[in-house]
Design a protein around this ligand. Structure first.
Ligand SMILES: C[S@@+](CC[C@H](N)C(=O)[O-])C[C@H]1O[C@@H](n2cnc3c(N)ncnc32)[C@H](O)[C@@H]1O
Length: 235
């Protein structure tokens, strides 16, 4: 791994916002899923939640252009389960919803731990989500169309959250869980090795501040490689 790439990964990890997340409730069009995950990565959201009502659709390729590798997606089959996980993390749960009781999304304090629920493309958020969420939020619209595309709505709300968090000095501080940080440093910095580890069921090694792999002789043996020649193979 080049020092530049390692620095870029470190900087990305230092800007992650583990207490800001999005929950896609029944969002099922691949391009929307990919676009939501891409925006999450761009503003530092490290974990996304997805409720699958009927079908499981993998977040893949297309518009996300690799950002799904940097954002963990947690899957659920029920809205209740997803929201209870978010509430256990003490997050305020906001549901984006085109209703009269919704407040303007700019009135919310996003420096608090926050989860934003995005509704299904055609039918919007479910009755259950609306009942369980703490607050409905709306992006005001004064044109002829009734709603925004779900991934656009996600970007609009997340960039307001990003603006507020940046003003509050919440970026540039490493707050991500150390285990997640180590995993991302290895998967992002040494993707070929990470693949081999997964195939062989080997534990991930430690990655030091320079991006070097720190592992036992036994680990290198199991990788069928010597510590001396790994840099020729690694990309
Ligand atoms: C195409 S809209 C769904 C429209 C659906 N007919 C409804 O009334 O909810 C898909 C999702 O995008 C989000 N969304 C779109 N426009 C929005 C807006 N102006 N304010 C808040 N959320 C919006 C919501 O998450 C919504 O569930």
């Amino acid at each position: 791994m080049t020092p530049e790439r390692h620095q870029r990964i470190l900087s990305m990890l230092n800007n992650r916002q583990p207490d800001l997340t999005v929950c896609m409730e029944g969002v099922h069009k691949a391009h929307n899923l990919a676009a939501v995950v891409r925006t999450c990565d761009a503003i530092g959201v490290s974990e996304v939640h997805a409720v699958w009502k009927n079908e499981q659709m993998r977040v893949s390729g297309g518009i996300a252009t690799g950002s799904q590798n940097w954002v963990d997606v947690h899957n659920y089959t029920s809205t209740k389960e997803a929201i209870s996980v978010l509430k256990e993390k003490n997050m305020q749960v906001l549901v984006t919803n085109l209703s009269e009781k919704a407040v303007d999304f700019r009135e919310i304090d996003y420096t608090k731990p926050t989860a934003i629920i995005l509704g299904q493309e055609k039918f919007g958020a479910s009755k259950e989500a609306l009942e369980l969420a703490d607050q409905d939020i709306i992006i005001p619209m004064i044109g002829m169309v009734q709603s925004l595309n779900v991934s656009v709505a996600n970007a609009v709300v997340l960039y307001e959250a990003q603006r507020q968090r940046e003003a509050a000095g919440m970026y540039g501080k490493p707050t991500i869980d150390e285990e997640v940080r180590q995993r991302m440093l290895f998967e992002g910095g040494h993707p070929i090795f990470a693949k081999v580890c997964k195939t062989k069921g080997l534990p991930y090694p430690h990655i030091d501040e320079e991006g070097e792999i720190i592992a036992s002789k036994d680990w290198w043996n199991k990788m069928q490689m010597s510590q001396e020649n790994w840099q020729d193979i690694d990309d």
